[in-house]
Design a protein around this ligand. Sequence first.
Ligand SMILES: [Zn+2]
Length: 159
Amino acid sequence: MSNELEYVPSNKRGLMLFYQDHLYQKLKRPNQDGTQSWRCRDYRLKNKHCKALFYTKDNKIVALPGQHFHEKVKKTEVTFACAKKKIKDLVKTETGPIKKIFESTINKTIADNQLEISESALFAPKNKNIEKSLYDLRHENLVPFLPKSTKDIIFSGAF
Ligand SMILES: [Zn+2]
């Protein structure tokens, strides 16, 4: 069990924190003294409603969480949440085919972390599920820089 704080990108709630095998969601506002509270992501689940909560200040823990009475979060899930963010960043900045970026990032994540294929299959994002949002991301970020037709290309100088 690691005592390190690991920030994990999350599309719904911005940022999560992985600490001692559990994932925590950032509560909206830090307190006036700069203390940030983080609540177990299972808080919202009706059958769990986990109340474990902890506090950080300047990226250090100032109050430890209480007990969780539910299963731990697998590190593989965290690894793939980070891989998904990486795919999104690459789609924004690179021009190669989206499917290729997706596949090579997933394959590299599996290889670099020596993950089991069966566990990877459980937690890896599915291309068909995020394809549309990836295309939207690319559209927002790259299309404005690409000419839409030859009319948009401005030739300068004398011919
Ligand atoms: Zn919990």
